[in-house]
Structures are given as structure tokens and as C-alpha cells.
Ligand binder design. Sequence first.
Ligand code: CA
Length: 229
Amino acid sequence: MKPLILIVEDEPPLIEILKYNFEDAGFRTSLATDGDEGILKAQEEVPDLIILDWMLPKRSGIEVCRKLKQDKHTKTVPIIMLTARSEESDLILGLDSGADDYVVKPFSPRELIARVNATLRRSKPSFGEEKLIYSDIEFNVSSQKVFRNGSAVPLGPKEFRILNVLLEKPTRVFSREQLLDRVWGRDVYVEERTVDVHIRRLRKALNADSKVNLIRTVRGGGYSIDEDQ
Ligand code: CA
């Protein structure tokens, strides 16, 4: 699964440069050319990181940043602000509004991508790793294959994605709502019990040959991957 970068920028040549360089570096991109569209796009499909220009039509980048950091669905998404040199004195304001980092224009795309990778590694410890391993589960990110105790586990796309989310932070409990947002996205309406159906399938596939259950159900809370149940 390629990480999704939302680019909110109003200068067409810069949009092109950013889109090209991010896609070349193995990211997916989503684009918005003003603040309102940026907020909308971030809510439609929650990105892994947002590149946010400071000077935008309609709403400033600062306002957009504040708004996204107040929304429970987007508040944990890291934001890197792009600023012009003349705005540098206002950087405190940018960081106060919740931005995680900033890059001053003009910048080299290579430098920006390095900053993005560093920010993603901080927010998602599993980012960039080829394999996620927990207990006897081996989750191969690049080949999209899952093994338990050395045997391949056949999984549907939704079960694969749920396991990916759970393995990002083993033992952490994810609510049904969080799993819905991460696996299905916010643009589709899916009932919370759909999560239960897919968790059952995931468990069945992982627990074949009477292996020990690793998917923990937390009553009223959600699900986690945990050896200690
Ligand atoms: Ca601008």
C-alpha cells in the first residue's frame, strides 16, 4: 500500500513538480488548489501526510491546519507547511497552529521528500519497513503476503488492510470507527458491524490449524493484535 500524500498548493508549476517527485518516490498523491478543497480532500480519504502551502486562496494554510488539527479524523495526520522566505518570521504561528514541520520555498524536492520520510517514520514506526513481524505472523508489505509460522495465510483485501493497521501498533486497541476510517475510508457508508464480519474472517484465516488466537476483542473498545489475551 503506497502512502498517500495530500498536496494543497495553488501554483500549477509547483503542483506538477511535487506530484511528479512524490509519485517517483513511491507515494500516491491527491491534489487540492485552495484551502476549502484541501479540507474536503483530507476528509474524503484521510492521507498519511499533508503538504500545505501557507498562502492559499480562500483560506490560509494556517486556518486549514488549525481546522484539520481540530477534526478528530484528521488531527493525527502530520502536516508539513510550505512557506515563502518573507513569511519566515511567522513560523511560530505555523507551528502553533499544529503543523509538524515546515519547509521554506524555494526548496529541493529531494529535501522535502527526506523531511516527509522522517516525519512519517516518527508518526508510524512501521513506515518504510518491508516486513512487519509480530509473534509468529510475518506480514510482507511489498509482496502483500502474510505468513503464520511459515505457512502462507490467504487473505481478502479488507482482511489484509485490517491486519496491516493492527500490526502498525501491536497491542494498541483500535475502535471499529477507527478501523472503518482506515480500511474503508470516510467517503463510503459502512456499518460498524461490517468490521466484525471482516475480523471474524481474518481470525478464521489466521487461526487455521488451531493456532493460538492473536486478535483480541476488547468489549466496548474494539480490536487489537495481542499475544496476551
Ligand atoms: Ca501559494
